[in-house]
Design a protein around this ligand. Structure first.
Ligand code: NAG
Ligand code: NAG
Ligand code: NAG
Ligand code: NAG
Ligand code: NAG
Ligand code: NAG
Ligand code: NAG
Ligand code: NAG
Ligand code: NAG
Ligand code: NAG
Length: 614
């Protein structure tokens, strides 16, 4: 299996043009194991070149907590970092356990050894199954490389036995004099994860895209980065725990499945990248399905052992088809403790509370109606852009659903924060639109049976700490099977301003109604106005305003006037116009004339690419 994966990477390896840069990014060739004899020059596919101002310095690595390496003591043992420093910089107690996939900042001493920078640590091989590649890529998550392990250790790949002690050089680097003169004090080694972009990474660590690109020799007009490879992020101050996040557990199922991009792109590299994406996604999905299967087995056992007579959640039969996340059934007492007895201080509005459960901040929603449908739906789906349900609880007919916590609240609230700095940055709005589109695309096309959300509106889109959007509130969602039953008997349900004409008139429930509602949310993002707003004392629907403009004469001028004034510069105006056009195509009167979600995703991806190139 591993050999196959390896060949796969070698086969698709991409070489980057030489650039004048501090270090060079060698893409997937860091994953190769064969000793590099193509050139005698030091290669960043082994470790970073020793070209800094100083031969040694303090550096930082980002390691993602992953059992068994999920506490200060185990991570410091793995990386030879000082446990006290590790606890201090992560603002974390020595005895606590990090949630899975939480980023942990690891301070290391980085120094030149020959032609390469490295931070030394050692690793005791725990089982016979380990080999150099799996130690570098899986245990050390790409913070070391297969080649450098083979150079430092004399054992052959096949003689790696349990109990052997390996020398492990970790990838790190010290700032060059050019970087120092720009104010860089430290370099952070970051391992790229699924869905990461240079823009996100540089914003999160308070760096600039240019300096990150320059540090890694990446051409910003073609910013390709690959999961499990490292980037150097120049920092002017020590990193802080406030900048770390928890990564999603699965790769997003986004665009690789959208054939539209294949056809329309003229960029060959992009195509290859999508090819790799599909390959990797399929492999990872197989792996995830296997994992899900074992998780499920555990969950079933846990449910059997649970003799307290509490409500049991139905476990879907076809668990190999749907990816299950093994829901937890919480005790009411646990929720009481977490929310300080459902006190005002923990209330976040409506009937939603915040609370810490097992060390993780979560949102707890109180509901009096039956939640079976929502639970069984959310239990079957799993996507980065759909809110994840962690567990549930029933207490005397009142239901409590426990979700992941979304720091930035709803999109509706966020759009009112006009003076917030990130509000003015258009890349965020494009990303939010893309996130919602990806979530809907998944719901419409990759669940079995396909689902219609039925209540897409800015209130039901939640934003996490990094302003990544997730769709929430699936209480109206239903299967989109095309039979007579798609006519809903209670079609008045929904949110005013977002309901498609065919739904208001005939109660037709189809994926196209979600696309219409998405068009309205997109309009809100572009105009900064609400879906229903008051003008001259009268209630006005944003979608009707557009309809009226489209029928008028000065279409272009009037549409331009609607665009949020915080958009400055010709480029942004041009991108906003393209988004406006997209939104109008989603709002077509006839459901058949609306764009499909796949087309929306591909269109937004292109807009995002153009925005990042600028
Ligand atoms: C090392 O050994 C493992 C299993 O024994 C194999 O899967 C892997 O491809 C080998 N790697 C190299 C570089 O030979
Ligand atoms: C450092 O900056 C100087 C002047 O701007 C430039 O000539 C040189 O190539 C740079 N060095 C690197 C490694 O980028
Ligand atoms: C490594 O060097 C040997 C001998 O010079 C050559 O035969 C072989 O093709 C080289 N391998 C690679 C991957 O370049
Ligand atoms: C990690 O722990 C093992 C056993 O507890 C110990 O032998 C080893 O020296 C430790 N490694 C480091 C780098 O502290
Ligand atoms: C790193 O270097 C500093 C200063 O030279 C030293 O005090 C510290 O113990 C070193 N840390 C480790 C983990 O070696
Ligand atoms: C550390 O965490 C505590 C809560 O656990 C918080 O109150 C404090 O502000 C944090 N300190 C820093 C520097 O982030
Ligand atoms: C790290 O290990 C290398 C090779 O094992 C050695 O040459 C170098 O001196 C070590 N660096 C430090 C700071 O111990
Ligand atoms: C590399 O490690 C990651 C986890 O860190 C894993 O998901 C991925 O499949 C590994 N890559 C290969 C080629 O095994
Ligand atoms: C230094 O800063 C300038 C302007 O911010 C940027 O263009 C350049 O790439 C930076 N150089 C380095 C080495 O980070
Ligand atoms: C971000 O970096 C700039 C300098 O590049 C600094 O002035 C500012 O204080 C930093 N902000 C944070 C939140 O660290």
């Amino acid at each position: 299996m591993n050999k196959f994966i390896l060949n796969f990477f070698i086969f698709f390896c991409i070489f980057f043009p030489e650039l004048h840069a501090q270090q060079s990014y060698s893409g997937n060739s860091v994953l190769h194991c064969d000793a590099n004899n193509e050139s005698t020059d030091p290669s960043s596919a082994v470790l970073y070149t020793c070209n800094g101002e100083k031969p040694s310095c303090q550096a930082f690595l980002i390691f993602k907590a992953h059992p068994p390496y999920d506490s200060i003591s185990t991570i410091s043992n793995l990386t030879s970092a000082d446990p006290l420093q590790l606890a201090l910089i992560n603002n974390f107690s020595l005895s606590a356990i990090f949630p899975p996939n939480k980023e942990v900042i690891v301070p290391v001493n980085c120094s030149c050894s020959g032609q390469y920078y490295q931070a030394n640590t050692s690793y005791i091989i725990p089982t016979r199954q380990d080999h150099y590649f799996s130690i570098a890529n899986n245990t050390y998550q790409g913070l070391s490389t297969c080649k450098s392990l083979m150079q430092e250790n004399t054992y052959s790949n096949s003689s790696l036995d349990a109990g052997l002690v390996l020398k492990v050089p970790l990838r790190c680097a010290c700032p060059t004099s050019n970087q120092t003169s720009n104010g860089t004090k430290f370099l952070l080694t970051y391992v790229v994860d699924w869905g990461d972009t240079i823009y996100d990474i540089s914003m999160r660590f308070n760096s600039s895209m240019e300096s990150v690109a320059d540090a890694n020799g990446i051409d910003l007009s073609n910013p390709l980065i690959f999961p499990f490879t490292t980037l150097l992020v120049p920092l002017s101050t020590k990193p802080s725990s406030l900048q770390t996040k928890i990564h999603s557990q699965q790769p997003p199922y986004f665009s690789p499945f959208t054939p539209v991009i294949w056809k329309k792109t003229s960029n060959k590299r992009y195509g290859v990248w999508i090819g790799i994406g599909i390959g990797i996604s399929l492999l990872v999905i197989c792996f995830v399905l296997l994992l899900a299967y074992f998780h499920k087995k555990k969950a079933i056992e846990a449910a059997r052992n649970d003799q307290l007579g509490r409500k049991k959640w139905e476990l879907p039969q076809d668990f190999l088809v749907s990816i299950d996340q093994s829901l937890k059934v919480y005790d009411y007492e646990e929720l009481e403790v977490a929310t300080e007895n459902f006190s005002h201080r923990c209330k976040m509005g409506g009937s939603v509370y915040r609370g810490v459960l097992n060390g993780e901040l979560l949102a707890i929603k109180q509901m009096s109606k039956d939640v079976d449908k929502e639970v069984s739906l959310l239990n079957r789906i799993n996507h980065f852009n759909l809110i994840s349900l962690r567990g549930a609880c029933e207490h005397f007919g009142v239901f409590y659903l426990v979700y992941e916590f979304m720091e930035n609240g709803s999109l509706k609230e966020w759009l009112k924060k006009r003076n917030c700095q990130r509000f003015q940055i258009w890349n965020y709005r494009i990303q939010i639109a893309l996130d919602i589109a990806n979530g809907l695309h998944y719901l419409h096309s990759f669940t079995t049976p396909p689902y219609v959300h039925k209540d897409i509106c800015s209130e039901n889109v939640l934003l996490d700490r990094d302003l990544r959007a997730k769709i929430a509130n699936f209480s109206l969602a239903r299967s989109a099977e095309r039979d007579e039953s798609r006519k809903s008997s209670m079609w008045c349900l929904g949110t005013k301003g977002y309901m498609a004409p065919e739904y208001i008139e005939y109660g037709l429930v189809t994926p196209e109604m979600d696309i219409y509602a998405f068009g309205v949310v997109l309009l809100e993002l572009i105009t900064g106005k609400e879906a229903v707003f008051i003008q001259d004392g009268k209630e006005v629907l944003l979608s009707e305003v557009i309809l009226k403009i489209m029928k008028g004469e000065n279409v272009e001028v009037e549409l331009d006037q609607l665009i949020d004034p915080s958009l400055k510069g010709q480029l942004w105006m041009e991108l906003a116009r393209r988004m406006m056009k997209l939104s109008i195509d989603c709002l077509a009167e006839e459901p058949e004339s609306r764009l499909s979600m796949a087309e929306v995703v591909s269109c937004l991806l292109r807009i995002q690419l153009d925005a990042q190139r600028s």
